[in-house]
Design a protein around this ligand. Structure first.
Ligand SMILES: C[S@@+](CC[C@H](N)C(=O)[O-])C[C@H]1O[C@@H](n2cnc3c(N)ncnc32)[C@H](O)[C@@H]1O
Length: 223
C-alpha cells in the first residue's frame, strides 16, 4: 500500500511554522468553550491537536484533555508548550502521536464530554470521515458535544490546494488532496447520529464553526 503522504507533509509544515503561530488560543476554541461548559464532566479529546495552543487553553479552563496528532513534530512542539504551564494544569493534559480515528477506537464508549477538531477534516476521505464521526459518537457521553471547524467550499484557495497547509511550502508534486465543505456536507456528517446545535459561517476566514451534540437518550416512558 502507498505510504500516507499526510504525516510527513504536516511534519514539514510544523517544522516550518514553529514559533510563528504563537501560543494564544484560536477564535474557534474560544467560540467552543461555552458549548463544552454546557456538558457535565471535564474529559475532552482534541484530535489533530497540532502545536497545542488550544489544548493548553482548554487545560487552563479546567478541563482534562488528551490530544492526538499524527505529526510527531506537532507533538514535540505541543509537549514543550505543556511544560510551560503550571504543574497542576499540565498534569491534566496528555499528548500523543497517532491517527485520530485509531486513537478514538482505543477509548471506551460514552464517557467523553467533548471532542474538538479544528481544521483537520479537509484531508480525510469520505470513508475516513464516516468512520471518524461514528467513533466520536460512540465515545461521547449522551449530551456530549463535538466541536469542529472546517474550510467552506467558497474558500478562495480551493482551486490552489498547493497553497493550503500542509501543502504550503511543501515539495512540488506531492500535494495532499483537500476537501472544502459545503453546508450540506456538514449536515450529512451531523446526520450520522448527532443533533445540530450551531453552524456558524465565518465569512472573513471562510470557516464553518460547528457544534453538534450526541442526543440524550429519551427517558423511559411513564407507566
Ligand atoms: C490545521 S492543523 C490544526 C492544529 C491545531 N488544532 C491548531 O489549531 O493549532 C491540523 C492538525 O491535524 C493533524 N492531523 C490531520 N489529520 C490527522 C489524523 N488523521 N490523525 C491525527 N492528526 C491529524 C495534523 O498533523 C495537524 O497538526
Amino acid at each position: 500500500m502507498a505510504e500516507d503522504p499526510r504525516p510527513p507533509a504536516w511534519d514539514l509544515y510544523w517544522a516550518t511554522v514553529e514559533g510563528q503561530l504563537g501560543t494564544g488560543p484560536s477564535g474557534f476554541v474560544r467560540w467552543a468553550l461555552p458549548f463544552l461548559r454546557s456538558v457535565p464532566g471535564t474529559d475532552l479529546v482534541e484530535i489533530g491537536s497540532g502545536a497545542g495552543r488550544d489544548l493548553g487553553y482548554l487545560l487552563e479552563n479546567g478541563f482534562s484533555v488528551r490530544g492526538v496528532d499524527f505529526s510527531s513534530e506537532a507533538v514535540r512542539i505541543s509537549r514543550q508548550l505543556l511544560a510551560t504551564l503550571a504543574p497542576e494544569v499540565s498534569a491534566r493534559g496528555h499528548v500523543e502521536v497517532g491517527d485520530a480515528t485509531a486513537f478514538l477506537a482505543g477509548l471506551p464508549d460514552r464517557h467523553l464530554s467533548g471532542v474538538v477538531g479544528l481544521v483537520l477534516y479537509e484531508t480525510f476521505s469520505d470513508r475516513e470521515l464516516d468512520e471518524l464521526f461514528r467513533g466520536i459518537l460512540r465515545t461521547l457521553r449522551p449530551g456530549g458535544v463535538h466541536l469542529w471547524c472546517v474550510r467552506d467550499d467558497v474558500h478562495p484557495l480551493r482551486e490552489k490546494v498547493t497553497m493550503v497547509p500542509p501543502n504550503q511550502g511543501g515539495p512540488p508534486g506531492r500535494a495532499v488532496d483537500h476537501t472544502f465543505f459545503s453546508r450540506s456536507k456538514c449536515d450529512t456528517l451531523t446526520g450520522l447520529g448527532f443533533e445540530r446545535v450551531a453552524l456558524e459561517p465565518r465569512a472573513e476566514t471562510h470557516y464553518f464553526f460547528v457544534a453538534d451534540r450526541k442526543p440524550v437518550a429519551s427517558p423511559p416512558a411513564a407507566q
